[in-house]
Design a binder for this molecule. Sequence first.
Ligand code: PHE
Ligand code: CO
Length: 303
Amino acid sequence: MPAFFLKETMDTTVSNEDFLATVAEKSDGAALRGDYSKADAHYVVQQDWAAYTEAEHELWRKLYQRQLELLPGRACDEFIEALHAMQIADGIPKFETTSDELFKATGWTIVAVPGLIPELTFFEHLANRRFPVTVWLRKPEEFNYIVEPDVFHDFFGHVPLLFNPVFADYMQRYGQGGLKAMQLGGLDQLARLYWYTVEFGLINTPQGLRIYGAGILSSGGEVEYCLQAGSKSRHIRLDVERCLCTLYKIDSYQETYFVIDSYQQLFDDTAGDFTPLYEKIKHLETLHANSLLPGEVELLPAR
Ligand code: PHE
Ligand code: CO
């Protein structure tokens, strides 16, 4: 994930050179986590699997187990099936093993990165069907919550859905769209789409709403919260233009969840040229994270 996503609104595009300086302004003022000294020009590093400690593998197993128990009836079938096939319950996985399997399934690979990366680099990876996964694992005291994505969020949350061919194509298109948005000044808007789909998306199924967003699936609390009928959050059908106008919160549960009917719908609804959309949106009002517009229907009614 690029550091950019951790800033809700930002007017200027950050160049690679300004990247470190930008991340130094993170809300808590802390420096970048992760070791960038060995990264190549694409911010790719070696995973160095042998360097993980037994305590880290144990923490991974605990994180995995806790999430696994929350998934039935909440996560979408595509996620659960792929997760089991990946066999990553026993410790921090070797990226290469899953990457080879993923490549056979959908032509995607996993690349190891030190942590947050510049958006240009991030989009280039996605556009070339490479998913960047952070190498470091959170600390035990961050078991429930972490702002910066770690290996558990990136790997457990994102990689399973990349085994789905339609979603995998959507992710590549998103990367291409990101490169284009940088030229058109549409980055803030496009980031919202990623946030509300790839990170916090819900999907409608005959059995009810299910989670496909990685930010929810790797979070202890939000997996339960996001499907709670009667909570103060909204669950509304994804409308791309509406989504592009909607601000998001990075440090609390989402106040709005956008629901898709299928990955094909997600792909089709975002397939058109966004150029006129960015132009139009410039003149529209930005919506708060908890907006509900006339005509919008709550898809998870209180029981
Ligand atoms: N179709 C969008 C464009 O022309 C790109 C895009 C594709 C954005 C998929 C998001 C998801 O800019
Ligand atoms: Co993520």
